[in-house]
Design a protein around this ligand. Structure first.
Ligand code: HPA
Ligand code: ZN
Length: 344
């Protein structure tokens, strides 16, 4: 990657659409929160924490990811997590974020829904006021728990619906197909939420899960989902419906053997709305800009293709059409300016 292209990526206006707030817990903040809450951690140093990041698949990642959350206890803890992430994203040219949170990972250990969402919301308001980044929350249900528990969580969220733009589905996909949550997503749609859902990479029954998400649940977006390339009919279906895919190249390289760059760029070339995102940046060591540059390095993308990925991020976002047009025009101006600078 030339330093010129890396600088181009950092300045490129973009939206982040696949970001787990709990996946932005950097080891330094983990220690700070542990100290603040009087929690003893098994690791003594940042390096020791990073040594536990030895992932080879989704399950081994989740086994490290969920236990780490116990340092999050009070509203200011959730605030600090989201606020620090939003400042970092802003510094990388991210203008808008639609970010996942896992309320059940907290309510399940006795932290109230209000504490979680209150902390996150205060960070969103503060970051918007201070640096101008906009952010929305997507409530994710844990798919390795019951559909009844997910439905109860949805009902618990209804008083906060003005602070939540959509619902999603994450955690361990094995044996937990989209169909298990059909009634929950139906109710969420009825309540006015946008719908998205993880279809993780190279899972058992990946294609059938993607089919269920697209045809039976009728989601608006799919998180990951690049196994769709194995089924021509489904690719055409997704394309005709304008379904977007929130891809996470660096995350893919941790939980599978590859970034899946051929799948991502193949879909981009076919005109499917694929986007580039960071998933759990504190764990995978790559925020939005580093995901664009990693993919560009791997797949040999040029500035034109990177700009198209950034345009897709706004096309796939759940902002108003007027705002979308403004961001798209900003990208065009940015690309023109970059071209003019290079010509002089
Ligand atoms: N897949 C499933 N669950 C997750 C992920 C993911 O990519 N990130 C955080 N929780
Ligand atoms: Zn994810």
């Amino acid at each position: 990657m030339s330093s010129d292209l890396a600088a181009f990526v950092r300045g490129l206006p973009k939206a982040e659409l696949h970001l787990h707030l709990e996946g932005t817990l950097e080891p330094e903040l983990k220690f700070r929160l542990a100290r603040r809450n009087g929690i003893e951690l098994p690791e003594r140093t940042v390096d020791e924490v990073r040594q536990t990041y030895d992932f080879h698949d989704l399950t081994s990642f989740l086994q490290v990811y969920y236990p780490a959350m116990r340092v999050l206890q009070r509203a200011p803890d959730f605030h600090d997590l989201a606020y620090e992430y939003l400042l970092r994203a802003h510094a990388q040219g991210v203008r808008h974020v639609e970010m996942f949170f896992d309320p059940q990972a907290h309510t399940g250990r006795g932290v109230s829904f209000d504490t979680v969402i209150g902390g996150y919301r205060s960070a969103i308001v503060r970051a918007q006021r201070e640096v101008g980044i906009s952010a929305e929350l997507i409530l994710c249900f844990l798919r390795d728990h019951s559909a009844e528990y997910a439905m109860a969580t949805l009902l618990e969220a209804l008083p906060y619906r003005g602070w939540i733009i959509g619902v999603g589905l994450d955690s361990d996909e094995r044996g937990n197909p989209p169909s298990k949550f059909a009634a929950v997503f139906e109710r969420a749609r009825h309540e006015g939420f946008q719908l998205t859902m993880h279809c993780d990479i190279d899972q058992q029954n990946s294609l059938e899960h993607i089919r269920q998400a697209l045809e039976d649940i009728a989601v608006d977006r799919i998180d990951h989902g690049t196994n769709i390339v194995e089924d021509e009919r489904l690719v055409e279906f997704a394309k005709s419906r304008g379904i977007a895919f929130t891809c996470c190249p660096v995350s893919n390289s941790f939980v599978t053997a590859q970034m899946k760059s051929a799948e991502i760029t193949g879909l981009l070339e076919r005109g499917v709305t694929v986007t580039v995102n960071s998933d759990d940046p504190a764990y995978f060591g790559a925020y939005a800009a580093e995901n664009y540059t990693a993919l560009a390095d791997q797949a040999g993308l040029d500035s034109g293709q990177l700009a198209e990925l950034a345009r897709n991020s706004f096309r796939a976002s759940w902002i108003t059409p007027a705002r979308r047009e403004r961001y798209l025009a900003e990208i065009d101006e940015y690309v023109d300016r970059h071209r003019a600078d290079r010509a002089t």
